[in-house]
Ligand binder design. Sequence first.
Ligand code: TXA
Ligand code: MG
Length: 339
Amino acid sequence: MITKLITEKDGEKGLDEAARLLKDGELVAIPTETVYGLAANALDGNAVKNIFVAKGRPQDNPLIVHIAEIDEILPLVKNFDERARALAEAYWPGPLTMILPKSDIIPTEVCAGLDTVAIRMPSHPIAHEIIKKCGFPLAAPSANTSGKPSPTTAAHVMNDMDGKIAAVVDGGSSVGVESTVVTLACPVPRVLRPGGVTPDQLRAVLGEVEIDKAVFKALESGEKVLSPGMKYKHYSPNAHVIIVKGDFDKFASLVAEPRSERTCAVCFDGEEDKISVPAYPYGHADSPEEQARELFDVLRHVDDEKMELAFVRFPSLDGVGMAVYNRLLRAAGFEVIEL
Ligand code: TXA
Ligand code: MG
């Protein structure tokens, strides 16, 4: 299959073509404000099955359904209760996914057999336009090969999906980490994956909110998870990744110790010249937003440079920083050194 790259130059016609392909049951990667999504008609179980094939995604990992207007959630869930409506009004469109008991029109492929469905309303204007033109919701996981870092540019998507899907719509680069996933399908709302909407922002609307323990901790074998995505080693470059907690001088000495030539450092902006191995910055030390934006691109770069070992500076934990740390922990298989 030839994968068509639709760019800004194609204008309205390009978006019409993306919508036509989706109506024909094809897969199209679309930009969102978080990461690129690999979209199919969420109401067409056969189209959705192909997403799992293209990504090499485990069958038991459910997908997020994307809508363009708040009321489009109504036919998709059993009960759009007050808590859910308040959250939607506060943070949609934006990087927030909510899980609710599903209605019967959601095909089992989308929710991997669970009785709940994850819904999000993205704020990216191109995603919004394409959903509008389709007239149906789009099921879309991140548009990477399963296990690789999520794509934040059309080039990342092409790297993983060229020849496997009908088209990629280029919408520039995205803000970085995937959406916050919160489940409302339990008495106390619970964050299953941190993202751009922080726990404090959720608490401002919902009151009590729990953070699932799988956010910061490896699962014991056989342990049950609420979100199947948390079982898998995610966001993982080929290189062995180690997170290093401690000040810059100790970090620089650690990475300078003699070992494989293919060792690198993932540091903060301005530190790269003071490190004796190849060093790739992922934003300023005090900017969680920059770290979120750069993280996946840097992890992909580590692999492009065929690095075998990457020491990563411990991220800022403020705001979206919790999401950055959660993704890094998975990339590192939870390996953290404290100096
Ligand atoms: O920002 C994002 O959320 C991006 C863009 C494309 O929207 N999408 C994304 O999708 O990150 P994906 O498939 O890579 O991650 C979805 C996560 C997975 O961890 C999955 O297990 C969880 O959401 N999930 C989806 N449906 C669920 C459900 N019904 N119950 C529990 N977890 C669910
Ligand atoms: Mg993903």
